[in-house]
Design a protein around this ligand. Structure first.
Ligand code: T3D
Length: 264
C-alpha cells in the first residue's frame, strides 16, 4: 500500500508502522488519520503480521491534531464544529487499534500530545524513550480530552492523576509515566527501536489467537461486569483449546522443549 504520511513494513511476523510527518512532530492531518486506520485494517487481515510496533520519525511521537489544518475556517471567523472529525476519523482509528486481534507496542520517542497522547494510550504496551513525555494538551487550547483519553487515562493511572493531567495540561515525563504504570519500560533513545522491536518479535512468536482473545478479554474487563468477563473467558478458552498452538504448547511441555507457535 502507498502512504504519504506513514510508513508500513512487515517482516518476521512484525508490522512496523512509522508516523512520518516529523516537521510538525507527526501532528495528525486528514491523510494521516485515514492512512493509519487503513494500515491497521490491512494488518488485521495479513497473516504475516502477528504483532505491531507503532513508532514515529523525528523528535516527537505525535502532537495531536494538526492545528494548521483548519486555519482557513478560523481565519474566516467561523470556528469549525469538531465533533464530526472525531466521529468519522479519530474514533474509528482508536476502535481499529483496540479491536485489532494482534498486540500493538507503542514506541514513544518524544512528546505524545493531545490526540497523540490518546494514540499512545490506545496501544496495548508502551515503551518510552527517556526523552518522551505525555501531554493532555487539549485544555491549553480550550478543548476537552478526546480520542479515548478520557477512557484509558483514569484506568491506567487513576482518576485523580488523570484529572491532574487533563485539567493542568502539564507534560508528564517518561520516568514519572513509568512510576505510575502509564508505560511498561523506559529506555535510552538509541535503544528504543530495538527494545520495541524485540518485544514485538517476542509477541509475534506467541500463540496469536490466544493473544487476540486475551486482548478481547482485557477490552471487555475495562467496562463490563464480572459475569460477562467470566463468560467471555469461557468462550475464549473453548476457542483456544482447539488451536494448533495449544496442542503444541502442551506437547512441548511434556517433551521438555520450547514450543513453536504458528499463530493458528
Ligand atoms: O478535530 C479536531 O480537531 C478535534 C481533535 C482534537 C485532537 C487534538 O489533538 S487537540 C490538541 C492538538 N495539539 C496541541 O494542541 C499540541 C500543540 N503543540 C504543542 O503544544 C507543542 O508543539 C508540543 C508541546 C507538542 C511540543 O513543543 P516543542 O516546543 O517541543 O515543539 P514546537 O516548537 O512547539 O513544535 C515543533 C514544530 O511542530 C513547530 O513547527 P515550526 O515552528 O518548527 O514550523 C510547531 O508549529 C509544529 N507543531 C507542533 N504541534 C503541532 C504543530 N503543528 C501543527 N499542529 C500541531 N498540533
Amino acid at each position: 500500500m502507498d502512504f504519504s504520511t506513514i510508513l508500513l513494513q512487515i517482516a518476521d511476523g512484525v508490522a512496523i508502522i512509522t508516523l512520518n510527518r516529523p516537521d510538525v512532530l507527526n501532528a495528525f492531518n486528514g491523510d494521516m488519520r485515514r492512512e493509519l486506520t487503513s494500515a491497521f485494517s490491512a494488518i488485521e487481515t495479513d497473516d504475516a503480521a502477528r504483532a505491531v510496533v507503532l513508532a514515529a520519525n523525528g523528535r516527537g511521537f505525535c502532537a495531536g491534531q494538526d492545528l494548521r489544518e483548519r486555519l482557513g475556517a478560523y481565519e474566516g471567523g467561523q470556528a469549525p464544529v469538531l465533533g464530526e472529525t472525531l466521529r468519522q476519523e479519530y474514533n474509528p482509528l482508536i476502535l481499529a487499534m483496540r479491536r485489532l486481534p494482534k498486540p500493538i507496542v507503542g514506541a514513544i520517542n518524544g512528546v505524545a500530545a493531545g490526540a497523540g497522547c490518546s494514540l499512545a494510550l490506545a496501544c496495548d504496551l508502551r515503551i518510552a524513550s527517556d526523552q518522551a513525555s505525555f501531554l493532555q494538551a487539549f485544555m491549553r487550547i480550550g478543548l476537552v480530552p478526546d480520542s479515548g483519553s478520557s477512557f484509558f487515562l483514569p484506568r491506567l493511572i487513576g482518576m485523580a492523576r488523570a484529572a491532574e493531567m487533563m485539567f493542568l495540561a502539564e507534560p508528564m515525563p517518561a520516568a514519572r509515566a513509568l512510576e505510575l504504570g502509564l508505560v511498561n519500560q523506559v529506555v535510552p533513545p538509541d535503544q528504543l527501536d530495538s527494545a520495541a522491536h524485540a518485544l514485538a518479535l517476542k509477541l509475534a512468536q506467541l500463540p496469536t489467537k490466544a493473544i487476540a482473545q486475551a486482548k478481547r478479554q482485557l477490552n471487555l474487563a475495562l467496562s463490563s461486569p464480572l459475569e460477562a468477563v467470566l463468560e467471555e473467558e469461557a468462550n475464549g478458552q473453548a476457542m483456544a483449546s482447539q488451536t494448533h498452538d495449544h496442542q503444541e504448547g502442551v506437547k512441548a511441555f511434556l517433551e521438555k522443549r520450547p514450543p513453536t507457535f504458528l499463530g493458528r
